[in-house]
Design a protein around this ligand. Structure first.
Ligand code: SAM
Length: 251
Protein backbone atom coordinates (compact mmCIF):
# COMPACT_ATOMS: atom_id res chain seq x y z
CA UNK A 1 0.00 0.00 0.00
CA UNK A 2 1.19 3.54 -0.66
CA UNK A 3 -0.44 6.77 0.48
CA UNK A 4 0.86 9.28 -1.97
CA UNK A 5 0.37 12.99 -2.29
CA UNK A 6 -2.60 14.09 -0.18
CA UNK A 7 -3.55 17.69 0.59
CA UNK A 8 -0.64 18.49 2.92
CA UNK A 9 2.01 16.54 0.99
CA UNK A 10 0.96 18.43 -2.15
CA UNK A 11 1.06 21.82 -0.42
CA UNK A 12 4.52 21.06 0.96
CA UNK A 13 5.78 19.83 -2.42
CA UNK A 14 4.76 23.16 -3.90
CA UNK A 15 6.30 25.15 -1.02
CA UNK A 16 9.56 23.18 -1.14
CA UNK A 17 9.85 22.95 -4.92
CA UNK A 18 7.85 25.81 -6.44
CA UNK A 19 7.07 26.11 -10.15
CA UNK A 20 10.35 26.27 -12.07
CA UNK A 21 12.43 24.99 -9.14
CA UNK A 22 15.21 23.04 -10.84
CA UNK A 23 17.52 20.18 -9.95
CA UNK A 24 19.12 20.92 -13.31
CA UNK A 25 16.24 19.00 -14.89
CA UNK A 26 14.15 22.00 -16.00
CA UNK A 27 16.95 23.27 -18.24
CA UNK A 28 18.07 19.77 -19.30
CA UNK A 29 14.58 18.68 -20.40
CA UNK A 30 14.10 22.04 -22.09
CA UNK A 31 17.25 21.47 -24.15
CA UNK A 32 16.41 17.81 -24.86
CA UNK A 33 12.91 18.69 -26.11
CA UNK A 34 13.80 21.83 -28.07
CA UNK A 35 12.36 21.62 -31.57
CA UNK A 36 10.08 18.65 -30.74
CA UNK A 37 7.44 18.50 -33.42
CA UNK A 38 4.27 17.34 -31.68
CA UNK A 39 2.75 16.92 -28.25
CA UNK A 40 4.81 15.86 -25.24
CA UNK A 41 3.40 13.88 -22.30
CA UNK A 42 4.56 14.25 -18.71
CA UNK A 43 3.16 11.34 -16.67
CA UNK A 44 3.08 12.09 -12.89
CA UNK A 45 3.05 15.80 -13.69
CA UNK A 46 2.55 16.87 -10.06
CA UNK A 47 2.21 20.60 -9.45
CA UNK A 48 3.53 21.53 -12.90
CA UNK A 49 7.00 22.39 -11.55
CA UNK A 50 8.56 21.41 -14.88
CA UNK A 51 5.47 21.32 -17.14
CA UNK A 52 4.92 25.08 -16.78
CA UNK A 53 8.44 26.21 -17.79
CA UNK A 54 8.26 23.80 -20.75
CA UNK A 55 4.90 25.26 -21.83
CA UNK A 56 6.35 28.75 -21.46
CA UNK A 57 9.25 27.67 -23.71
CA UNK A 58 6.68 26.99 -26.43
CA UNK A 59 6.35 23.20 -26.13
CA UNK A 60 2.92 21.55 -26.26
CA UNK A 61 3.02 19.53 -23.03
CA UNK A 62 0.15 17.50 -21.54
CA UNK A 63 0.14 15.73 -18.20
CA UNK A 64 -1.61 13.38 -15.84
CA UNK A 65 -1.26 12.46 -12.20
CA UNK A 66 -2.91 10.07 -9.78
CA UNK A 67 -3.21 12.77 -7.09
CA UNK A 68 -6.18 15.15 -7.43
CA UNK A 69 -4.45 17.42 -4.89
CA UNK A 70 -1.29 17.78 -7.00
CA UNK A 71 -3.44 18.29 -10.12
CA UNK A 72 -5.51 21.01 -8.42
CA UNK A 73 -2.32 22.96 -7.62
CA UNK A 74 -1.10 22.42 -11.20
CA UNK A 75 -4.37 23.67 -12.69
CA UNK A 76 -4.32 26.75 -10.44
CA UNK A 77 -0.74 27.64 -11.46
CA UNK A 78 -1.54 27.13 -15.14
CA UNK A 79 -4.66 29.31 -14.93
CA UNK A 80 -2.71 32.10 -13.15
CA UNK A 81 -0.33 32.15 -16.11
CA UNK A 82 -2.99 31.96 -18.81
CA UNK A 83 -2.01 28.39 -19.70
CA UNK A 84 -4.58 25.69 -20.42
CA UNK A 85 -2.80 22.36 -21.02
CA UNK A 86 -4.57 19.01 -21.22
CA UNK A 87 -4.37 17.57 -17.67
CA UNK A 88 -6.08 14.45 -16.37
CA UNK A 89 -6.28 12.21 -13.34
CA UNK A 90 -4.75 8.86 -14.25
CA UNK A 91 -2.23 6.23 -13.20
CA UNK A 92 1.20 5.34 -14.53
CA UNK A 93 0.33 1.71 -15.17
CA UNK A 94 -2.98 2.39 -16.93
CA UNK A 95 -2.94 5.66 -18.95
CA UNK A 96 -2.51 5.28 -22.70
CA UNK A 97 -3.24 7.54 -25.64
CA UNK A 98 -2.20 5.31 -28.54
CA UNK A 99 0.36 6.86 -30.88
CA UNK A 100 -0.35 10.45 -29.77
CA UNK A 101 2.97 11.77 -28.44
CA UNK A 102 6.28 12.80 -29.99
CA UNK A 103 7.91 12.42 -26.56
CA UNK A 104 7.16 11.15 -23.06
CA UNK A 105 9.18 12.58 -20.16
CA UNK A 106 9.42 11.37 -16.56
CA UNK A 107 11.75 13.70 -14.66
CA UNK A 108 12.63 13.93 -10.97
CA UNK A 109 12.53 10.33 -9.88
CA UNK A 110 8.77 9.83 -10.34
CA UNK A 111 9.46 6.47 -11.97
CA UNK A 112 10.80 5.17 -8.62
CA UNK A 113 7.19 5.34 -7.38
CA UNK A 114 6.35 2.39 -9.65
CA UNK A 115 7.26 -0.51 -7.36
CA UNK A 116 8.23 -3.88 -8.76
CA UNK A 117 9.23 -5.26 -12.12
CA UNK A 118 5.72 -6.15 -13.36
CA UNK A 119 4.37 -2.67 -12.63
CA UNK A 120 7.46 -1.04 -14.18
CA UNK A 121 6.97 -3.03 -17.39
CA UNK A 122 3.28 -2.09 -17.46
CA UNK A 123 4.13 1.61 -17.08
CA UNK A 124 6.84 1.46 -19.76
CA UNK A 125 4.38 -0.38 -22.03
CA UNK A 126 1.85 2.43 -21.54
CA UNK A 127 4.53 5.04 -22.43
CA UNK A 128 5.52 3.01 -25.53
CA UNK A 129 1.94 2.68 -26.73
CA UNK A 130 1.35 6.40 -26.22
CA UNK A 131 4.34 7.32 -28.41
CA UNK A 132 4.36 7.75 -32.16
CA UNK A 133 6.66 5.34 -34.01
CA UNK A 134 10.25 6.46 -33.20
CA UNK A 135 8.85 8.77 -30.50
CA UNK A 136 11.22 9.52 -27.63
CA UNK A 137 11.10 8.47 -23.98
CA UNK A 138 13.25 10.46 -21.54
CA UNK A 139 13.10 9.14 -17.98
CA UNK A 140 15.10 9.85 -14.81
CA UNK A 141 16.18 7.03 -12.53
CA UNK A 142 17.73 7.69 -9.12
CA UNK A 143 21.02 5.88 -8.61
CA UNK A 144 20.56 3.09 -6.04
CA UNK A 145 21.73 3.59 -2.49
CA UNK A 146 21.36 7.31 -2.22
CA UNK A 147 17.70 7.08 -1.17
CA UNK A 148 18.65 5.34 2.06
CA UNK A 149 20.57 8.26 3.55
CA UNK A 150 19.40 10.21 6.58
CA UNK A 151 16.67 12.85 6.11
CA UNK A 152 17.82 16.41 5.52
CA UNK A 153 16.65 17.37 9.03
CA UNK A 154 14.54 15.54 11.62
CA UNK A 155 11.72 18.07 11.21
CA UNK A 156 11.61 20.45 8.26
CA UNK A 157 9.24 23.42 8.15
CA UNK A 158 7.75 25.97 5.76
CA UNK A 159 5.73 29.13 6.42
CA UNK A 160 3.22 30.95 4.24
CA UNK A 161 0.74 33.56 5.45
CA UNK A 162 -0.74 32.49 8.79
CA UNK A 163 0.25 28.83 8.27
CA UNK A 164 3.20 26.69 9.29
CA UNK A 165 3.76 23.22 7.82
CA UNK A 166 6.08 20.64 9.41
CA UNK A 167 7.37 17.40 7.94
CA UNK A 168 8.91 14.69 10.07
CA UNK A 169 10.50 11.63 8.50
CA UNK A 170 9.27 8.83 10.75
CA UNK A 171 11.11 5.85 9.33
CA UNK A 172 12.91 4.67 6.25
CA UNK A 173 12.97 0.94 5.59
CA UNK A 174 15.20 -0.75 3.03
CA UNK A 175 14.06 -4.09 1.62
CA UNK A 176 17.29 -5.35 0.09
CA UNK A 177 15.63 -8.37 -1.52
CA UNK A 178 13.16 -6.22 -3.47
CA UNK A 179 15.53 -3.26 -3.78
CA UNK A 180 12.85 -0.98 -2.39
CA UNK A 181 13.01 1.84 0.12
CA UNK A 182 9.85 2.68 2.08
CA UNK A 183 9.63 6.20 3.44
CA UNK A 184 7.10 7.51 5.97
CA UNK A 185 6.50 11.24 6.25
CA UNK A 186 4.28 12.86 8.88
CA UNK A 187 2.92 16.23 7.74
CA UNK A 188 1.33 18.75 10.09
CA UNK A 189 -0.27 22.12 9.34
CA UNK A 190 -0.48 24.74 12.10
CA UNK A 191 -2.32 28.05 12.47
CA UNK A 192 -2.02 30.37 15.49
CA UNK A 193 -0.27 27.64 17.45
CA UNK A 194 -3.03 25.10 16.83
CA UNK A 195 -2.72 21.93 14.77
CA UNK A 196 -5.35 22.16 12.02
CA UNK A 197 -4.46 19.17 9.83
CA UNK A 198 -2.18 16.16 9.79
CA UNK A 199 -1.40 13.53 7.19
CA UNK A 200 0.85 10.51 6.80
CA UNK A 201 2.60 9.83 3.50
CA UNK A 202 4.02 6.44 2.71
CA UNK A 203 6.14 6.18 -0.42
CA UNK A 204 7.68 2.94 -1.68
CA UNK A 205 10.59 3.75 -3.96
CA UNK A 206 11.94 1.14 -6.35
CA UNK A 207 15.64 1.16 -7.13
CA UNK A 208 17.15 -0.09 -10.40
CA UNK A 209 20.72 -0.68 -11.53
CA UNK A 210 21.81 0.67 -14.92
CA UNK A 211 21.74 -2.84 -16.37
CA UNK A 212 18.32 -3.66 -14.93
CA UNK A 213 16.70 -0.49 -16.23
CA UNK A 214 18.31 -0.87 -19.66
CA UNK A 215 16.90 -4.44 -19.73
CA UNK A 216 13.42 -3.21 -18.80
CA UNK A 217 13.44 -0.61 -21.59
CA UNK A 218 14.53 -3.22 -24.13
CA UNK A 219 11.88 -5.70 -22.93
CA UNK A 220 9.23 -2.96 -23.18
CA UNK A 221 10.09 -2.34 -26.85
CA UNK A 222 12.49 0.61 -26.75
CA UNK A 223 15.67 0.94 -28.80
CA UNK A 224 18.58 3.37 -29.13
CA UNK A 225 19.04 3.49 -25.36
CA UNK A 226 21.50 6.10 -24.08
CA UNK A 227 22.16 7.25 -20.53
CA UNK A 228 23.48 10.55 -19.25
CA UNK A 229 24.11 11.61 -15.66
CA UNK A 230 23.86 14.79 -13.60
CA UNK A 231 21.65 16.48 -16.22
CA UNK A 232 24.66 17.02 -18.48
CA UNK A 233 24.69 15.97 -22.12
CA UNK A 234 27.50 13.50 -22.87
CA UNK A 235 28.16 12.85 -19.15
CA UNK A 236 28.31 9.04 -18.68
CA UNK A 237 27.14 7.69 -15.30
CA UNK A 238 29.98 7.57 -12.77
CA UNK A 239 30.24 6.47 -9.15
CA UNK A 240 29.34 9.88 -7.73
CA UNK A 241 26.26 10.58 -9.83
CA UNK A 242 22.90 10.55 -8.06
CA UNK A 243 20.58 10.73 -11.07
CA UNK A 244 20.67 9.05 -14.45
CA UNK A 245 18.58 10.07 -17.44
CA UNK A 246 17.68 7.34 -19.93
CA UNK A 247 16.88 8.32 -23.53
CA UNK A 248 15.18 5.74 -25.77
CA UNK A 249 12.93 5.48 -28.81
CA UNK A 250 9.82 3.48 -29.49
CA UNK A 251 10.93 0.62 -31.75
C1 SAM B 1 8.07 13.56 -7.06
S1 SAM B 1 6.48 14.12 -7.68
C2 SAM B 1 7.01 14.73 -9.27
C3 SAM B 1 6.09 15.72 -9.87
C4 SAM B 1 6.61 16.38 -11.14
N1 SAM B 1 6.81 15.41 -12.21
C5 SAM B 1 7.89 17.14 -10.90
O1 SAM B 1 8.89 16.81 -11.52
O2 SAM B 1 7.89 18.05 -10.08
C6 SAM B 1 5.76 12.56 -8.04
C7 SAM B 1 4.35 12.63 -8.61
O3 SAM B 1 3.99 11.32 -9.05
C8 SAM B 1 2.62 11.14 -8.80
N2 SAM B 1 2.36 9.69 -8.80
C9 SAM B 1 2.77 8.78 -7.90
N3 SAM B 1 2.36 7.56 -8.23
C10 SAM B 1 1.64 7.71 -9.39
C11 SAM B 1 0.94 6.80 -10.23
N4 SAM B 1 0.89 5.50 -9.96
N5 SAM B 1 0.31 7.30 -11.32
C12 SAM B 1 0.35 8.64 -11.61
N6 SAM B 1 1.00 9.53 -10.85
C13 SAM B 1 1.64 9.07 -9.75
C14 SAM B 1 2.40 11.80 -7.48
O4 SAM B 1 1.04 12.07 -7.21
C15 SAM B 1 3.27 13.04 -7.63
O5 SAM B 1 2.54 14.11 -8.15
Amino acid sequence: MTWGYGTLASEVYELDKPIGHSFGDVEYYGRALAGTDGPVLEPAVGTGRILIPLLQAGLQVEGYDVSPHMLAICREHCAERGLDPVLSEAGLTTFTAPGRYAAVIVPAGSFALVAGRDAALMALGCFRDSLRPAGRLIVDVDAPGLLTGPPQAPVRHWRRGPFLWTLQTMATEHDRAANQVTWFGRYEKWQDGALIATELQLLRLQQWSLTEFTGLLTEAGFTGIEVTAAYEEGHPPGPGDSVWTFHARRA
